[in-house]
Design a protein around this ligand. Structure first.
Ligand code: NDP
Length: 480
C-alpha cells in the first residue's frame, strides 16, 4: 500500500516525486512506498497550516473538543484495522497493538478533548496598587511534531492532540520507518471534520523533512521524541531562533529490586518491563539491579520466566516478542551482544537471532539477559533499545542509589520495596523524571512526563502539554 503526504486535508504525492521503500519487519519484504519528501513539501505544509491558523485558533473550545472526541471515537471504531496496520509496519505483537498502542492513541485525543475545556489561567490582584494582572495562554501558531518508530501512533498523537486542542496548527513527521498509522490518521481526521490545514503530515527522512521542520523560521515550537543525539542536534538548530522545545529522549532506566518486595508481582512485572515491545520502549527497565540476598533466586526465576516467552510472528495472537523494527536496528542491538562478550558480560539467556517459520527473513531476536559486574561498562551506559537487559547485584540502599544514578540518562526508574522510608528516600534522590514504585508504566495522562539529564527537556502530559503549546502573556491593568 502506498502512502501519501496529508497537506491541507488532501492526500498528495511529494513534489519531487521521490519515494522510499516501506519494509515489513516480520518478513523483511517491501510492502509499499512512502514519500521521500523535501523542504518544498514542508513549506507547502507550513503554508496550509499558517492559512488555517486564524480560523482554528478562534474556533470555540466546545467545537475543538468535539472534533477531537470524534477522532478518538473513530480510532476506537477502527481499532482492529489500525492495530493490524501498526503490527505489520512495526513488527510489534498484534495483541500489544490492540491492547496498548491504538487504545492509547484514542485516549490521547479524548484526554485533550476534555483537558482543553478545563484549561485555565491565573489572575493576580496587586493589592494596594489598584491593579489586576491576568495571564493569557494563547496558541503559538504553527508548531512541529516529530515522533519515533517504537510506539508510532501512540506517540504521534500524544503530541498532535494537545497541539491542536490548544488552537495551534501542526506540521508533523512520523518516523520514516513506521509511517502507516500516521497516514491512516489523516483519513480519520477528514472523517471527523477537522478543518483543512489544521494537521499536515509530511513523510520522509529525518535529516531532510525533520530538519526542514526544525529549521523553518516560522514554525515556532518543536515537540520531539527520539534519540538523545538527534535531540541535541535539533536543540542546536532551534536555539538561535529561540524556539520553544520539548525533547523526550533516550533512557537507561534502572529497575531496583529489594528483598522486601512482593516477589511474585515484581517478577511478572519485571518480565514485562524488560521485554514489552521487544524492549523498544524508552521506559523499559534495561538495568536490573537486585539486592544481594535474593540475587541468585531472582536469576533462576527470571531466566525461567523469560524462557517461556514466545518469539513469533507479530500477527500470531500468542506471540510475546515480535520482530525488531528494522534490519539496521537488529544489527545495532546484536552488536551490543558482541560488546558484552568483549567486556566480559555473561550471557545468561538468549543472544541469538530466531528464525520464524514462513518468515525466515524477519528481524527476530531472543530476549537476552546478560550478567555484568561493572556499571560503567558500555552495556550499562549506552541505550540499546532492544530485548536486552543486564543484571547486577547490590548490597544496600546506598549502593543501589548510586548505581541507579550513575548514568547520563534520567528518564524513569522502577523501585520494588515495601519499605515506606526507602520509597520516600529513593523518590527524592533518584535523578529521573518518573519514578514507579511497585509497578511499571502505569500512566495517568494528567501527570507530567519527561526526563532529566540527557533524557530530555521539558515535560509533556496534562496541563504541562497545554502550557507548552501556548504562549504565556501577562496583562496588567491599573484602575482608579
Ligand atoms: P531518532 O532520533 O532517530 O528519530 C526520531 C524522529 O526524528 C524520527 O521521526 C526521525 O526521522 C526524526 N529525525 C531524525 N533525524 C532528524 C533531524 N536531523 N532533524 C529532525 N528530525 C530528525 O529516534 P528513533 O526513531 O530511532 O527512536 C528511538 C529513540 O527514541 C530512542 O532513543 C528512545 O529512547 C527514544 N524515545 C524516547 C521517548 C521518551 O518519551 N523519552 C519515548 C520513545 C522513544 P527518521 O525516522 O526518518 O530518521
Amino acid at each position: 500500500m502506498n502512502i501519501q503526504n496529508y497537506i491541507n486535508g488532501e492526500f498528495v504525492n511529494p513534489i519531487q516525486d521521490n519515494w522510499l521503500d516501506n519494509y515489513n519487519p516480520s518478513n523483511g519484504e517491501i510492502y509499499g512506498q512512502i514519500p521521500n519528501s523535501s523542504t518544498e513539501d514542508v513549506e507547502k505544509a507550513y503554508l496550509a497550516a499558517a492559512n488555517a491558523f486564524p480560523s482554528w485558533s478562534n474556533t470555540n473550545l466546545e467545537e475543538r473538543s468535539s472534533i477531537l472526541s470524534k477522532i478518538a471515537n473513530l480510532i476506537l471504531e477502527k481499532l482492529d484495522f489500525l492495530a493490524a496496520a501498526e503490527s505489520k509496519d512495526n513488527g510489534k505483537p498484534i495483541s500489544l497493538a490492540k491492547s496498548v498502542d491504538i487504545p492509547r492513541a484514542a485516549s490521547n485525543f479524548q484526554f485533550f478533548a476534555n483537558a482543553i475545556t478545563q484549561f485555565s489561567s491565573e489572575a493576580h490582584e496587586s493589592v494596594g496598587f489598584n491593579a489586576i494582572n491576568f495571564t493569557l495562554r494563547q496558541p503559538i501558531g504553527v508548531v512541529g511534531c516529530i515522533s519515533p518508530w517504537n510506539l508510532p501512533l501512540y506517540l504521534f498523537t500524544w503530541k498532535i492532540a494537545p497541539a491542536i486542542a490548544a488552537g495551534n496548527c501542526v506540521v508533523a513527521k512520523p518516523s520514516e520507518v513506521t509511517p502507516m498509522t500516521a497516514f491512516l490518521l489523516g483519513k480519520i481526521c477528514n472523517e471527523a471534520g477537522l478543518p483543512k490545514g489544521v494537521l499536515n503530515i509530511v513523510h520522509g527522512l529525518g535529516n531532510q523533512v525533520g530538519e526542514a521542520i526544525v529549521s523553518h523560521p516560522n514554525i515556532k515550537a518543536i515537540s520531539f521524541t527520539g534519540g538523545t543525539k538527534t535531540g541535541s542536534h535539533i536543540a542546536k538548530i532551534a536555539a538561535p531562533m529561540f524556539k520553544k522545545l520539548s525533547l523526550e529522549l533516550g533512557g537507561k532506566n534502572p529497575n531496583i529490586i529489594f528483598a522486601d518486595c512482593d516477589y511474585d508481582k515484581m517478577l511478572a512485572t519485571t518480565v514485562r518491563s524488560s521485554f514489552s515491545n521487544q524492549g523498544q520502549i524508552c521506559l523499559c527497565g534495561s538495568r536490573i539491579l537486585v539486592q544481594e540476598s535474593i540475587y541468585e533466586k531472582f536469576k533462576v526465576d527470571f531466566i525461567q520466566k523469560v524462557s517461556e516467552l514466545k518469539v513469533g510472528h507479530p500477527s500470531d495472537s500468542d506471540t510475546d516478542i515480535g520482530a525488531l523494527v528494522s534490519a539496521a536496528h537488529l544489527q545495532k542491538v546484536k552488536s551490543y551482544i558482541d560488546i558484552a562478550e568483549q567486556e566480559g558480560g555473561k550471557i545468561l539467556f538468549g543472544g541469538k537471532t530466531v528464525t520464524v517459520k514462513d518468515s525466515e527473513n524477519g528481524y527476530y531476536l531472543q530476549p537476552t539477559i546478560i550478567e555484568v559486574s561493572d556499571n560503567n561498562c558500555r552495556l550499562n551506559q549506552e541505550e540499546i533499545f532492544g530485548p536486552v537487559v543486564t543484571l547486577m547485584s547490590f548490597k544496600n540502599d546506598e549502593e543501589a542509589l548510586s548505581l541507579a544514578n550513575e548514568t547520563k540518562y534520567g528518564l524513569s526508574a522502577t523501585l520494588w520495596t515495601n519499605n515506606l522510608n526507602r520509597t520516600m528516600q529513593f523518590s527524592q534522590k533518584l535523578e529521573t523524571g518518573i519514578v514507579w514504585v511497585n509497578t511499571w508504566m502505569m500512566r495517568d495522562l494528567r501527570t507530567p512526563f519527561g526526563g532529566q539529564k540527557d533524557s530530555g527537556l521539558g515535560r509533556e502530559g496534562g496541563f504541562e502539554a497545554l502550557r507548552f503549546f501556548t504562549e504565556t502573556k501577562n496583562v496588567c491593568i491599573k484602575y482608579q
